[in-house]
Design a protein around this ligand. Structure first.
Ligand code: F0G
Length: 457
């Protein structure tokens, strides 16, 4: 069969409240033109994030009932730990309440003032946690990543020549850890090839620097390798994942992505001494080492989700359904990042609205119009998010102005996505009438979450 269906049936539904255009005009005005300030129930299709928003399976819901809530040594912990060890292969597993807690602990023990941490592209919380302890987070994306429309199979790769230079210049004294993020979220959800991971690992080993993987979307990355990289077509996703992690010394993971958790995460390493220092922080900030920041029932659900996410029918559906949206947009001539990444669609707001200059926030304007048009919520990744230097107070255009439409796992059907496509098409038709925006109020840090906006006349 040519038609790719959603490989699941729906046995519980959550009604969507439908609003009118007039209502949405009022609702978004009341939210000061910031979609983060909307009530979620006033959103028809919520594409703000794929994090913690996935649908759990009947098996995961059943596993919740098995949750052992003992403070220490719960059965659920052993089930969780053994599943993580089986897939990720690391000796030490530290459960946390979400990904950023794992980052906070890792960088707390590894990074000092003056440290440099390279990554293909740091996610904001990774960068934030490195900077918080006085380190410098350096992005080394491959050159192809800059070209929004260039069809390269592994645009999430790290620039390993640049990594080698950085390592030669600063060495292990300044670089306590090298990271790679799979898939590269801040770089468009694009995958990283096995060859690239192998090469980063080689450089790290030669210099004696630990190599960690930010593993949030590891299953999507593994499946891209299977479909795109020579030699992997006949290898099971789980074995590709095992090979990826086999090159690394540890990982951080947000279980809110590729394991369908509504909450959860973990930190892994093969270094027992390091793990013992990490557990000391864990006990103070998250919880006892056999539950971290999680309830026993969460540990159970994540253990189930980690297996389900490696199901290749699911992964085919996942990657193809994202690609479906991107290819329809390309056909319509609407500027979008291509090829499709795993978890999200990135509209190029700067080219969608070329008459709006970056400092008038084309991505924000597009997000508001999409909400008004059809109740679709997406997130600006551009000058609102990255344009302000919080220390100097100076504002500059970000490298790109994108609008990210992240697709929660197993939540929306193809007809929901057709509705989103129709909405984008209608906004595209009237794009010349859309105005720029200005900020009327904003905090010094992470302003995109709470800033207030207004239209420019
Ligand atoms: N690393 C990456 C690559 C991420 O995308 C995220 C979260 C984190 C780390 C942090 O994990 O949220 O569990 O603390 N990304 C979400 C997003 C929030 O919308 O892309 P967390």
């Amino acid at each position: 069969m040519k038609t790719i269906i959603e490989p699941f049936r729906i046995k519980m539904v959550e009604p969507i409240k439908l609003t009118t255009r007039d209502e949405r005009v009022q609702l978004i005005r009341d939210a000061h033109y910031n979609p983060f300030l909307l009530r979620a129930e006033d959103v028809i299709i919520d594409l703000l994030t794929d994090s913690g928003t996935s649908a759990m399976s009947s098996e995961a819901w059943a596993a919740l009932m098995r949750g052992d809530e003992s403070y220490a040594g719960a059965r659920s912990w052993y089930r969780f730990r053994d599943t993580v060890k089986d897939i990720f292969g690391f000796e030490q597993v530290i459960p946390t309440h979400q990904g950023r807690a794992a980052e906070h602990i890792l960088f707390g023990v590894m990074v000092k003032p003056g440290s440099i941490v390279p990554n293909n592209t740091h996610f904001d919380t990774t960068r934030g946690n490195i900077e918080f302890v006085g380190g410098e987070a350096v992005d080394l994306p491959c050159p192809e990543a800059d070209d929004i429309e260039m069809r390269h199979p592994f645009k999430g790769n790290m620039d390993t020549a640049a990594l080698e230079e950085l390592v030669a210049e600063h060495g292990p004294e300044r670089i306590p850890v090298i990271m790679v993020t799979v898939t590269n979220n801040s770089g468009g959800g694009q995958p990283v090839s096995m060859a690239n991971i192998r090469e980063i690992s080689r450089i790290a080993k030669a210099a004696g620097i630990p190599f960690y993987i930010d593993a949030c979307r590891f299953a999507e990355n593994a499946h891209f390798i299977k479909r795109r990289e020579e030699g992997y077509a006949d290898i099971a996703a789980i074995d590709i994942a095992r090979e990826m992690f086999g090159y690394a010394d540890g990982c951080t993971m947000s279980a809110k992505k590729d394991s369908f958790g509504n909450i959860g995460g973990f930190l892994c390493t093969n270094d027992a001494e390091l793990a013992s220092r990490e557990r000391n922080i864990l006990i103070m900030t998250e919880g006892f080492p056999t539950y971290g920041g999680l309830a026993g029932r969460d540990l159970e659900a994540i253990a189930v989700g980690l297996r389900e996410t490696l199901d290749e029918h699911y992964l085919d559906y996942r990657l193809l359904s994202t690609r479906y949206v991107v290819e329809r947009l390309v056909e319509a001539g609407i500027p979008v990042m291509a090829p499709a990444g795993g978890h999200a669609v990135y509209l190029d707001a700067r080219r969608f609205l070329p008459h709006i200059e970056p400092l008038h926030y084309p991505g924000q304007a597009l997000s508001i119009e999409l909400y008004v048009e059809a109740g679709v919520r997406a997130v600006e990744i551009g000058t609102v998010m990255f344009g302000l230097d919080p220390h100097s107070g100076e504002e500059r255009p970000a490298r790109l102005d994108l609008l990210r439409l992240a697709i929660p796992r197993r939540v929306y059907t193809q007809s929901h996505m057709d509705y989103v496509l129709e909405a984008i098409g209608q906004v595209w038709e009237r794009r010349e009438t859309i105005r720029g925006m200005r900020i009327t109020r904003a905090p010094q840090f992470l302003r995109h979450f709470t800033a207030h906006f207004e239209w420019i006349d």
